[in-house]
Design a protein around this ligand. Structure first.
Ligand SMILES: *Cc1c(COP(=O)(O)O)cnc(C)c1O
Length: 220
């Protein structure tokens, strides 16, 4: 299938579930991004700060850039002016730093949870999430807006396991919403699902799927 056909059928399928697609373009050229832009797409995902900065400078300014990689605190200030949504809010320290570096603008962030079986240094657990949110309740963020949650499932063929992990993330979303964001209509996003598991994620209530290789082919 051509990029056009793949794009059209994927976006239809995702929209039919009421979700949106972030086209993950890490390692791909600005020309590739421009061709998706020309098809009308505006939401693109990158996981490295330097690569995001280069692409942001080279491409149209009405693109919504999603930052989806681990963000080091020391690089927070560089991402603030570039990102539409930071999916990888995984520590209180990072959120405080983003808040400080916001320059009076709002900075939109998702809380990243570790839901996979695989070890990872990054991502909140239910309990570290509660600690973070309690702290934020006592000392509110001025500029950072927490708009939802994000997570990555285990890389496996076991579809039941993946479904269970996405179900867990949806539960965490609901608990956090009920406890901390009941009166906040902006807390709405569940970013889950990639090329290999986006259908399972859509079944479990994903609102944002992050698709790279299925759309653009394997990365080098
Ligand atoms: C690379 C990446 C994706 C896209 O992965 P594909 O399997 O190519 O769709 C999604 N989310 C995150 C956080 C990524 O780093």
């Amino acid at each position: 299938m051509s990029l056009n056909d793949t794009y059209v059928s994927l976006s239809r399928e995702i929209a039919a579930s009421g979700a949106r697609m972030v086209a993950v373009t890490k390692t791909h050229s600005v020309e590739v991004i421009q061709s998706l832009y020309d098809l009308g797409h505006r939401d693109f995902g990158e996981n490295r700060v330097a690569e995001l900065a280069e692409k942001h400078a080279a491409l149209p300014k009405d693109i919504n850039w999603h930052f989806i990689g681990h963000l080091q605190t020391k690089k927070a200030k560089n991402v603030v002016p570039l990102a539409h949504l930071i999916h990888s809010g995984d520590s209180l320290k990072l959120l405080r730093e983003l808040d400080k570096r916001a320059g009076g603008n709002s900075v939109d962030v998702l809380l990243q949870y570790h839901i996979a079986v695989e070890e990872s240094k990054y991502g909140l657990t239910r309990s570290t999430g509660v600690e973070l949110l309690d702290d934020v309740s006592r000392h509110p963020l001025r500029n950072v807006r927490i708009l939802g949650v994000m997570g990555m499932a285990t890389y496996t063929d076991d579809r039941d396991l993946v479904a269970e992990e996405f179900r867990t993330l949806h539960e965490i979303y609901s608990e956090v919403k009920e406890t901390y964001f009941e009166d906040n209509p902006m807390f709405t996003e569940i970013s889950m699902g990639m090329s290999g598991d986006y259908r399972i994620a859509l079944d479990q209530g994903s609102t944002l799927v992050r698709i790279g290789s299925l759309l653009l082919g394997e990365r080098q």
